[in-house]
Write a protein that binds this ligand. Structure first.
Ligand code: GAP
Length: 565
């Protein structure tokens, strides 16, 4: 991570946004706890999503030909579902990564993350790996090569770097002059050069000896658990790796119990679990995280229009809550990137500070999933045949490999008298990743004059007021002449209106403002001598630093108006 990211992580810990899980026992990699401010921030992110998707969703700008109103409803499904769900969805067979273990350091790596370069010195050829990306990866490889061969920087030109399956250039070079190397040269994936016998010449990212990496093997990302006292496969279940399947398996329940018509959406926010091989970048890739997913069921003929609708609408949600358009992109997937079921996917991606310039990390994927999911849960696990059609996967005996539910998950439109399997558009977001992006965007440093006029460094979290964990703070200027009593009364009035608020009478006023700036409190109200006389207070704005007097009786109204905007 870089300097800016280190500061954000430090602030998160210092002010109680995010802590390492089980920290007093040394922490648990890939697991995080949200502190008193973090839990409020993440709840505000999820509430903003829920309101936008369910309670306050509106229907403006619907695709041509679509109804002017449509239903959006919510669910809260169990974390453990019937194992057949994951067999039919494809997660049981397909949801894995290739991983390799290092026998020396006992570390485990995602095989597709390992990259590096052949390096040769005095006839010894080694593939030096790193699990860092691109440019930094090359610099890292070069440094490790020098270390490995026991050379100093000024002897760097004695190392020959090569590419290709068997050392490419390096293998053929013999006594040829060293290859010029620049940090812009890309490293190559271990996967591309991998052959079982070459692992003997591979230096693992954190090892000192060569040949310590095991051959790659499949590793299912679902966490296994056991239900009840049943032993063996019969009792085996999985913690859900996504919330989406809850919506598919309840499609009929929602249809039968609610007055909904296609098109309509079902949404859910909740925990998902993935046994990620290399959790990293703070909460960005965790093993336990929260998703905010919505499945939108629509007529196949309108599905592409709806896909575009949700794609654009979801991008706008992030910018409306403060992410800058310079750092946020909407990237359409290339054909070879699409999941096996998808006919179109776009990602909302953010330029997180832990990434190199020009790189983006995924916040949300908006996928056109066709009828893959409902059909899978009717018929059994689907695969694409040679004509590109989805068909039930068969076992060696010609029977469905995994049996579907056999339930009818089609939709009958009683107005057009048409029966069909709806297509699905899925905006799938991560609550932790969105929270992290809002935290990164909010972090600012500037300098402001203190009470004596001297410039003081200020850290200010410019969180959107809707997301800020604390909305208002009330300060008596000094602890006398009735100011604390007046301020406490105002504080209680704000709290009674359901607005998160703090009361602070400790330290100089400038210090109190900075304490609130650092946690992103947008509005501070100061009670001074004049307040006692004319019942006004000073409202200080976190971002503009503007201060103006308003009647104390208008404070709640003023905050509510600003939170609405
Ligand atoms: N139902 C589709 C689905 O789950 P996904 O792209 O695997 O799609 C959706 O996940 C979102 O969940 C991602 O865009 C990301 O925001 C979040 N997410 C996925 N894996 C995560 C992880 N290991 N840690 C934190 N968030 C994760």
């Amino acid at each position: 991570m870089n300097d800016r990211m280190d500061k954000i992580v430090a602030l998160c810990k210092r002010r109680g946004f995010i802590f390492q899980s089980s920290e007093i026992y040394g922490g648990l990699n890939g697991f995080w706890d949200y502190g008193p401010l973090g839990v409020e921030l993440k709840r505000n992110v999820k509430d903003a999503w829920w309101k936008d998707m369910i309670t306050n969703h509106d229907e403006y700008l619907v695709p041509p030909g679509a109804p002017q109103t449509f239903s959006m409803v919510g669910l809260d499904c169990s974390l453990i579902m019937h194992p057949q769900v994951w067999k039919c969805s494809g997660h049981y067979d397909l949801f894995h990564d290739q991983m390799a273990d290092c026998r020396e350091t006992k570390k485990r790596y995602r095989f597709d993350h390992l990259s590096g370069r052949w390096a040769e010195h005095k006839g010894k050829r080694v593939f030096i790996t790193t699990d860092k990306d691109a440019d930094e990866g090359y610099a890292h490889v070069r440094k490790r090569a020098l270390q490995f061969f026991g050379l100093r920087e000024k002897e760097a030109d004695q190392v020959v770097f090569g590419t290709g399956p068997h050392g490419g250039l390096a293998a053929q070079l013999g006594k040829a002059s060293p290859v010029a190397h620049t940090p812009t040269e890309p490293v190559e994936k271990l996967l591309d050069i991998w052959e079982a016998d070459c692992l003997a010449n591979v230096l693992a990212p954190d090892a000192e000896a060569v040949g310590t990496l095991t051959e790659p093997r499949e590793f299912n990302l679902m966490f296994k658990t056991t239900i009840g006292a049943l032993a063996g496969d019969e009792g085996t279940a999985f913690l859900r790796p996504e919330t989406a399947q809850g919506m598919f398996v309840n499609f009929k329940n929602v249809l039968d119990t609610q007055r909904v018509r296609v098109p309509f959406g079902i949404a859910q926010a909740g925990k998902s679990f993935r046994n990620e091989i290399t959790p990293r970048n703070f909460t960005f890739r965790s093993r336990e995280f929260e998703q905010m997913e919505m499945e939108f069921f629509c007529h196949p003929d309108q599905s592409y229009e709806w896909y575009k609708y949700w794609r654009d609408r979801r991008y706008a949600w992030y910018t409306n809550l403060g992410l800058s358009k310079e750092k946020l992109i909407l990237r359409d997937h290339a054909k070879d990137e699409l999941s096996h079921y998808s006919v179109g996917t776009a990602d909302v991606e953010y330029a997180f500070p832990f990434l190199e310039d020009g790189k983006y990390g995924e916040l949300e994927g908006i996928a056109h999933r066709g009828d893959f999911d409902l059909r899978s849960h009717m018929e059994g696990k689907l695969v694409k045949n040679e004509k590109g059609h989805l068909v039930v996967e068969l076992d060696a005996n010609g029977k469905p490999k995994y049996q579907g539910s056999g339930r009818d998950l089609t939709y009958f439109d009683d107005q057009t008298r048409e029966r069909y399997t709806p297509h699905v558009i899925e905006p799938a977001a991560g609550a932790d990743r969105a929270t992290l992006a809002f935290l990164c965007e909010a972090y600012h440093e500037d300098s402001q004059p203190d009470d004596t006029g001297a410039l003081q460094e200020r850290v200010v979290m410019k969180l959107h007021p809707k997301l800020a964990p604390v909305k208002a703070a009330v300060f008596p200027l000094v602890k006398k002449i009735g100011m604390p009593e007046f301020a406490l009364e105002l504080y209680r009035e704000i709290k009674a209106a359901g607005i998160p608020c703090v009361y602070d009478q400790q330290a100089a006023i400038g210090k109190r403002y900075r304490r609130q700036d650092e946690i992103g409190t947008p509005f501070c109200f100061t009670v001074d001598g004049q307040s006692i006389d004319d019942k006004t207070v000073t409202l200080r704005d976190r971002d503009t630093l503007e201060q103006r007097r308003i009647p104390a009786s208008n404070v709640v109204e003023e905050i509510a108006a600003r939170l609405k905007g």
